[in-house]
Design a protein around this ligand. Structure first.
Ligand SMILES: Cc1cc2nc3c(=O)[nH]c(=O)nc-3n(C[C@H](O)[C@H](O)[C@H](O)COP(=O)(O)OP(=O)(O)OC[C@H]3O[C@@H](n4cnc5c(N)ncnc54)[C@H](O)[C@@H]3O)c2cc1C
Length: 156
């Protein structure tokens, strides 16, 4: 819960909490921060959902035995936005730390008392012809966890 000294910045561009990246981590952080009463700006340079949005099948999300990645993250986004998270389509260029942090983006800047980095990761690419086209569709980058951990993985 926010403490009594918490400042919710108001006015143009002000935000109590800025979250960089709207993948599963950023959406989850946004959900909790908004429910705790913070004003939340969620900054995403692409579409919300992050890497999980690129896979056609997620098997290991608790409570959801099998689901399309894009569908799963759409539900996460809907839930976060439903609690008042403010999604902004902006690429964060740099953060200027201070008592009030300044976040400089591709299209301006905003201020926040707290900044959560949820910018995720990106995997190495093979740099081979056709890779982009097959990514997330027919070209697995990792075996399913069940096969990996049970020793039945068909891939070397
Ligand atoms: C093909 C594929 C299949 C997968 N399958 C599974 C699976 O079945 N089960 C499973 O558990 N996991 C799976 N994963 C892994 C899972 O998707 C990731 O672990 C998860 O998405 C990580 O979430 P995240 O929010 O930490 O980061 P990310 O998903 O990487 O999200 C980070 C977000 O931050 C944004 N961002 C980064 N920098 C900036 C910036 N400067 N300004 C604004 N925005 C920025 C990015 O655009 C991105 O949307 C898979 C991943 C891939 C690629």
């Amino acid at each position: 819960m926010p403490d009594s000294n918490q400042d919710h910045l108001t006015g143009s561009g002000g935000s109590g909490c800025a979250i960089i990246g709207a993948g599963p981590a950023g959406l989850t952080a946004g959900l909790y921060a908004a429910r705790a009463g913070y004003t939340v700006a969620l900054l995403e340079r692409l579409a919300p959902g992050g890497q999980a949005a690129t896979t056609w099948r997620v098997d290991n999300y608790p409570g959801v035995p099998q689901v399309n990645g894009a569908e799963l993250v759409q539900k996460m986004a809907d839930q976060a936005l439903g609690f008042g998270v403010g999604l902004r389509s902006e690429d964060v260029m740099r953060i200027e730390p201070g008592p009030v942090h300044r976040i400089v983006t591709s299209s301006g800047s905003l201020q926040a008392r707290a900044v959560i980095l949820a910018s995720g990761a990106s995997h190495r690419h093979l740099q081979i012809p056709g890779e982009e086209k097959l990514q997330g569709a027919a070209c697995p980058i990792a075996p399913p966890a069940t096969e990996l951990f049970s020793g039945t993985c068909p891939w070397p």
